[in-house]
Design a protein around this ligand. Sequence first.
Ligand SMILES: Nc1ncnc2c1ncn2[C@@H]1O[C@H](COP(=O)(O)OP(=O)(O)OP(=O)(O)O)[C@@H](O)[C@H]1O
Ligand SMILES: [Mg+2]
Length: 598
Amino acid sequence: MFNNLRRLMPYMGDALPKLIIGVIVAMFSSAVALSIPYVLRALVDGPLSTGDARQIWPGAFLLLALSAVEAGLLFLRRFFMLQPGAMLDGTMRIAIYSRLQRLPISFHDRWQSGQLLSRAMGDVSTMRRWLSFGFVSIVVSAFTLVLGLGVLFWMNALLGLVFTLFILPLVYISIRFRFAFNKVSRQAQDQAGELTTSVEESVHGVRVIKSFGRSQHFQDMFNDRATQLRETELSKGRTAGRLSFWLVLIPDAALAATLVLGIGLAANGVVTVGTMFAFFATSAVLRWPLENIGMLLALTIDASNALDRYYEVIDSPVDIHDEPGAVEMTPGPGELVFDDVHFRFADTEDGEPDIINGLNLHIAPGETVALIGLTGSGKSTVTSLVARINDVTAGRILIDGQDIRDVTLKSLRTEVAMAFEDPTLFSLSVRENVLLGREELVDAPGEQTDKTLQSALDIAQAGFVAELPKGVETRVGEEGLSLSGGQRQRLALARAIATEPRMLILDDPLSALDVNTEAMVEQALRSVLSRTTALVVAHRPSTVMLADRVALLDNGVITEIGSHKELLARSPRYRHVISALDAESTLLDTPSGEEARS
Ligand SMILES: Nc1ncnc2c1ncn2[C@@H]1O[C@H](COP(=O)(O)OP(=O)(O)OP(=O)(O)O)[C@@H](O)[C@H]1O
Ligand SMILES: [Mg+2]
């Protein structure tokens, strides 16, 4: 458990010395607390038994001074512990965020977003609480306990021994508690993650839920999960409660036993009354660390589990990364070659064929190739391979003769721009969204920036931007203005165009546009595409017209390639696929259902 928590160390950075000072200060303050009974003993055995009132003052002043020192040290402890906790919080969140950015799509496909969210937020807070409060308290409690027991033995060995024997069962009880609590603690954290997922999904999908009238159903589902979490938390509380029972009872019993014994000893003159007094004052100081064992154990177990959950993300392998010796991509005309490319998803069952199964395709510099195929044939998968969103499982992809795994990801992704059917906009201005791939321009207002932005918007037919309340400075995305599906698609397309890439990969980015707008975009794209090599996934025959050649994807390979006209003339399979797409798009493009039926 503590071994595990050592992994927090690197996140503390230069706040580590403060943590150590904080612990030392706290130990001093507990030593001061333990010295107070000695002064009491001197007072009881001195002025109190002699009856000399004037002798009280030095002792009383010492007592006051010691209390002031203890309070001062306590303040210092808080002061020093502030930074390590805050530091840990910040660095851990930054680390998990940057890991999430680097982890492959396959990881994000597998993990619920709520689980990731709860790890980055809730679990990190749990660890921070443990570090800034739990950790010091544990060290100080252990120190106080050992020192205090030593003091008890030193005052009177017999009394000390009896006291120690009485509290010994606490060790056994604590170990049992640890096992019971550990299980529910992890369970509660996982359930909190699921609850977060529920909130995340239903907020995201609120339109669908409302329109299908399923609000009640989702509410019930949420209630179930929330109830489950509450039950687990209650069970945690009950487990901790049972431990507290013993943690209060046992020290009290130890105190009672030593009291009886001590009075006997004092009556027989074996110990002084002052010693007796000091003995009980010391055991009163020990009550705090003993009673807190439960809370500190619970905190530690929670933190240790939170750390496990945190590291499950941090330790996930980033299997798409720069290969050793990766170089910057060298500029070239932009030839794209798929050479016997295979791809299968990691979770594909053995015996199933690869989704991409020996695909060969040669796209000349400046050429535009449309990729068509039936739905589910693997078109999106092919496009994901070029920017290494997924890595080929066999074969290779070459850009101007360079294997894309031999160049750095950053330089590859600067040269290859993508636009997807499902366009994601961020809570930023139109300008920032469109110039997302142009780091150097976003924060550099000027002629070049305006020109790039405007020409990308023009090509994507995003004239509607001028009509937005603040033009290109209008905030869009989740917390901004809502745009229509077609408007968002055009901005996402403009984003890809604005990077002026050598390689443009468009995964059906025009699907939400009406035919007229699509035709206009295509017209404008021709001017870009003549300078850029492009692979365009098409769902509509009209998009196919844009291409120099059309490639038909079937069973993981390119079965036909040629111009639209050629293929129409010679390939029955091509005619079949095109007519399948055509049927779909005619239905979609017809203004009203009435006409579609007629
Ligand atoms: N992450 C994944 N894990 C496992 N299988 C997947 C994954 N993503 C997609 N698939 C499967 O791979 C196949 C190809 O999917 P892909 O999205 O490439 O098809 P597509 O040709 O783009 O289809 P559409 O025309 O509908 O967009 C599908 O059968 C799909 O179920
Ligand atoms: Mg697709």
